[in-house]
Design a protein around this ligand. Structure first.
Ligand code: FDA
Length: 394
């Protein structure tokens, strides 16, 4: 029987950060993971450069059944604290856009930094661990079994993440553990994920796969202005990934194809200057030509000289392009999703410590909890912040 003060399940962003903090407090800390190496998602995040935080991270950038829950952790360990750590390690980074900070070289810099912090603090790490049972002990604390070994700890921290990318070791273990101890788990679904076509849309739009343009994407009264990408399977790009977390099956997805220009004004101007020009030519000044051809095919407009659009017809055309409604079939699911929405109900946890209210010594941190960030470094910031606060108490 091996004894520890703290066992952390999951060597991802949240688990490693929590373990470092706990070990710094002198707690004998072990991290267990089912994979062959630590920080696997960090390594592939941000296209291999890890968007490790966001300069503008605030509670408003998170989805949760209780939007107030994340405030405490995010205010106690901020993006500026993590940036200071990155600077301390001399890791070169840059702002890509909208406050998103990426490594200049490689996401491996972040994992190496975490490994060094673990070494410095004396965190032990055991990889390729297949946990077969977890039980609470009568005298307090927990026992975790693998086929080979049983271990005991005073505090058990669950940082097993969500369900996205099952081929990277994602499991439902954290949710199952919460349920085993009587904690409520809110329904989960894929977030920050491409949306897929209905068959009729696929037949038309898959041919323009690769076309990208700035749009605003709207669902359920939430709007994101960013780029949208047509793919063989549906719609992707940052605007779509962002809105996917707010979109539910059956909802409309409203796209403004010309968010940066007053489209009605543009069309009026064109009508005056080039009355004989065809709409296809005129719209191609504003939108990718291949998209304009598809809009013609689905009869958003008929190709005629612009002077033919009289009365309200010009406004109607502008409206149909600024409120283009797609009815996505669904999402690409956990195979490509960056995050899992839902998870361990925050009502079950202390926002100060991340400890389960009705199960002393059991903590949940990171993505397994019902706190999900927007695209742009917010999810790692939640992992660091929730891991850091739990590390002060576990
Ligand atoms: P995480 O999933 O990182 O770690 C959980 C760990 O638990 C894993 O190592 C897993 O193997 C282990 N585990 C699971 N089940 C287990 C079991 N039964 N037994 C033992 N171990 C188990 N976010 C962001 O802010 N910026 C970005 O650039 C990106 N980019 C990005 C790209 C891609 C492709 C994905 C899929 C995701 C992102 N994200 C992101 C999201 C971000 O990666 C994610 O929110 C955090 O990694 C969550 O950290 P956690 O530590 O909670 O879970």
């Amino acid at each position: 029987m091996q004894e520890f003060d703290v066992i952390v399940l999951g060597a991802g962003a949240a688990g490693l950060f929590c373990a470092i903090e706990a070990a710094k407090r002198g707690r004998k800390t072990l991290v267990l993971d089912n994979g062959k190496r630590i920080g696997r998602k960090i390594l592939m995040s941000g296209g291999g450069r890890c968007n490790f935080t966001n300069m503008y991270a605030s509670p408003a950038n998170y989805l949760s059944n209780n939007p107030h829950f994340c405030k405490s952790a995010l205010s106690r360990y901020t993006q500026w604290d993590f940036i200071a750590l990155v600077q301390q390690y001399g890791i070169a980074y840059h702002e890509k856009t909208l406050g998103q900070l990426f490594c200049d070289d490689s996401a491996k810099d972040i994992v190496d930094m975490l490994q060094q912090e673990c070494n410095k603090a004396g965190v032990q790490i055991a990889l390729q661990q297949d946990i077969t049972a977890v039980k609470a002990l009568e005298q307090g604390g927990y026992q975790l079994d693998t086929v080979a070994v049983s271990r005991r700890c005073h505090s058990l921290v669950v940082a097993t993440g969500g369900l996205s990318l099952p081929n990277l070791g994602a499991t439902a273990f954290g949710f199952q553990l919460a349920e085993q101890f009587g904690l409520n788990v809110l329904p989960v679904r894929a977030g920050l994920v491409p949306l897929t076509w209905q068959p009729a849309d696929k037949a038309v739009f898959e041919e323009i796969s690769g076309v990208s343009l700035p749009v605003t994407a709207e669902a359920n009264d939430v709007v994101f202005p960013e780029d949208m990408l047509f793919t063989h399977r549906g719609l992707s790009g940052p605007a779509i990934l962002q809105i996917s977390s707010f979109w539910q099956p059956g909802d409309d997805l409203i796209i403004n194809l010309s968010p940066q220009q007053d489209l009605h004004g543009f069309l009026q101007e064109q009508q005056q200057q080039h009355p004989d020009q065809e709409l296809k030519t005129i719209l191609s000044r504003l939108l990718p030509k291949r998209l304009v051809e598809k809009l013609l095919e689905v009869k958003v407009f008929t190709n005629q000289p612009i002077k033919a659009l009289q009365g309200k017809a010009l406004q109607k055309l502008a409206d149909s392009l600024t409120h283009y409604v797609f009815k996505p079939n669904g999402t690409e699911g956990y195979r490509t999703a960056e995050v899992t929405l839902g998870g361990v109900d925050t009502n079950e946890l202390s926002s100060k410590t991340m400890e389960a209210k009705k199960q002393p010594g059991l903590y949940f941190i990171g993505e397994v909890v019902d706190v999900t960030g927007w695209l742009g470094g917010y999810n790692f910031q939640w992992a660091w912040a929730s891991g850091w606060v739990a590390g002060q108490y576990c």
